[in-house]
Design a protein around this ligand. Structure first.
Ligand SMILES: *[C@@H]1O[C@H](CO)[C@@H](O)[C@H](O)[C@H]1NC(C)=O
Ligand SMILES: *[C@@H]1O[C@H](CO)[C@@H](O)[C@H](O)[C@H]1NC(C)=O
Ligand SMILES: *[C@@H]1O[C@H](CO)[C@@H](O)[C@H](O)[C@H]1NC(C)=O
Ligand SMILES: *[C@@H]1O[C@H](CO)[C@@H](O)[C@H](O)[C@H]1NC(C)=O
Length: 388
């Protein structure tokens, strides 16, 4: 009896034959046997009620069954390539940083893809909370769905409220608190890179803030980035207290004073450099230990590390325009009254720069910093200013 209670299905199976036997019009059937069978039937009904009740009351074992059966296909070996190259359907996962970075560092050894791959740009937004420029970005992305993906890192306490039709909907990655000038800022950037690396079609990675705007339409941005032989990260050797002055000799021999570089954190890098950053365990401990304020690690770690490892892949300049001319610790922020045709003309007609070793006047694809009050004017005139 005990065994039967434990097993719901055996009870169910036991019921039917009994019913059939009772229904048989056999007059030679002894009364005793009939009574015994009726007793059995009664017991069976009682036990089936008991087990129904038990399964409702003690939910756990039943749910384990459901979960096991639901996940069975995953436990099977992948049978086609599709399951290896499909991007994760949800960005929220339960990997911690060590697990995530390890997973993100997988690199195929065969360089030719045996399938059609349309390389995408991963736009990675490093923010505190809201994205006030979101409507402008929506306009910028519109119609180019095959060629970009979006990732947002914000304060873990922030609850985004994008509508399901927004390109930012569901694009938040598991985040942690990041503080300017601290290693936690570089950790957040590595977390963005690692999450974006999980999608094998992401080939270029652009880091942006909530105060950044696009300066060109998507086709120009895509062509500029995809045809460049170099990655765009600011990296220069600055003498004086704010450059070499921040170097600590305890970082040698991994980092010598001649290797020390500075550059703004708003970079564009390719997949190889993204993997290099995520997998780094040589330079990370040095910077974590010996570059603390007044050494601002987010201005030195990636530019220095990449200049040591892959100097031939770097353009040493950023694609993000910023105005330091007003002086002080922070660059200028532009609001409603600054947004004029003249303002952008000045940016577009600034100093020429090098693109694939040739001089060009198109040097910036993005700009910062813009206040939320600038949005209306930017939206209204985006086709005149930026061609989208
Ligand atoms: C992630 O989890 C693993 C296993 O529990 C642990 O060994 C590792 O230290 C964790 N890493 C971080 C960064 O928390
Ligand atoms: C730093 O200098 C030491 C001694 O000259 C040298 O062995 C080491 O390779 C240098 N490190 C880098 C990253 O160039
Ligand atoms: C960027 O700087 C490195 C030295 O840090 C140099 O080797 C490289 O050629 C520079 N890149 C370009 C495009 O000039
Ligand atoms: C993007 O801008 C360029 C130059 O401003 C223009 O020639 C091109 O037609 C624009 N592309 C789209 C898709 O709007």
């Amino acid at each position: 009896m005990q065994q039967r209670v434990g097993s719901f299905s055996s009870l169910e199976e036991g019921k039917e034959p009994i019913v059939r036997i009772i229904n048989q019009p056999n007059r030679a059937f002894p009364l005793r046997l009939l009574q015994f069978l009726l007793l059995l039937l009664g017991l069976a009904i009682v036990f089936s009620f008991l087990s129904l009740y038990a399964s409702r009351y003690l939910k756990v074992p039943n749910e384990i069954n459901v979960i096991q059966s639901r996940f069975q296909p995953c436990a099977q070996e992948p049978k086609n390539l599709e399951s290896w190259i499909r991007p994760p359907s949800k960005l929220l996962h339960h990997m911690n940083d060590s697990e995530l970075f390890w997973r993100a560092s997988f690199v195929p050894r065969i360089k030719n893809y045996p399938f059609k791959r349309s390389p995408k740009i991963a736009f990675m937004f490093l923010t505190r909370g809201p994205l006030p420029m979101a409507p402008l970005w929506e306009k910028f992305f519109n119609g180019n769905e095959k060629f970009y993906s979006i990732y947002v890192h914000s304060l873990p306490s922030y609850q985004p409220d994008f509508s399901p039709s927004s390109v930012f909907y569901g694009r938040q990655i598991p985040s942690q608190v990041a503080e300017w000038g601290m290693m936690s800022m570089c950790d957040a950037e590595r977390r963005l890179l690692a999450n974006a690396l999980l999608d094998i079609s992401n080939e270029w990675f652009v880091l942006l803030s909530e105060a950044c705007i696009p300066l060109q339409n998507f086709s120009i941005v895509y062509r500029y980035i995809s045809r460049s032989r170099f990655s765009f990260i600011g990296s220069f050797d600055e003498p004086g207290p704010y450059g070499r002055g921040r170097y600590n000799e305890k970082m040698s021999p991994e980092v010598n004073i001649t290797n020390w570089r500075k550059g703004s954190q708003w970079f564009e890098i390719n997949r190889k450099l993204a993997v290099d950053i995520v997998q780094d365990s040589v330079y990370y401990p040095k910077f974590e230990q010996f570059c603390r304020p007044a050494c601002y690690v987010d201005e030195h770690y990636f530019p220095t590390m990449l200049s040591i490892e892959s100097p031939h892949l770097l353009a040493n300049r950023s694609l993000t325009w910023v105005d330091w001319s007003r002086g002080g610790a922070h660059p200028a922020t532009f609001g409603k009254s600054d947004i004029t045709e003249m303002f952008f003309k000045k940016i577009f007609e600034g100093k020429p720069c090098l693109y694939n070793n040739q001089p060009t006047s198109l040097c910036f694809l993005f700009a910062r910093k813009f206040a939320p009050s600038a949005l209306d004017h930017l939206l209204q005139h985006s086709s005149k200013f930026f061609g989208f």
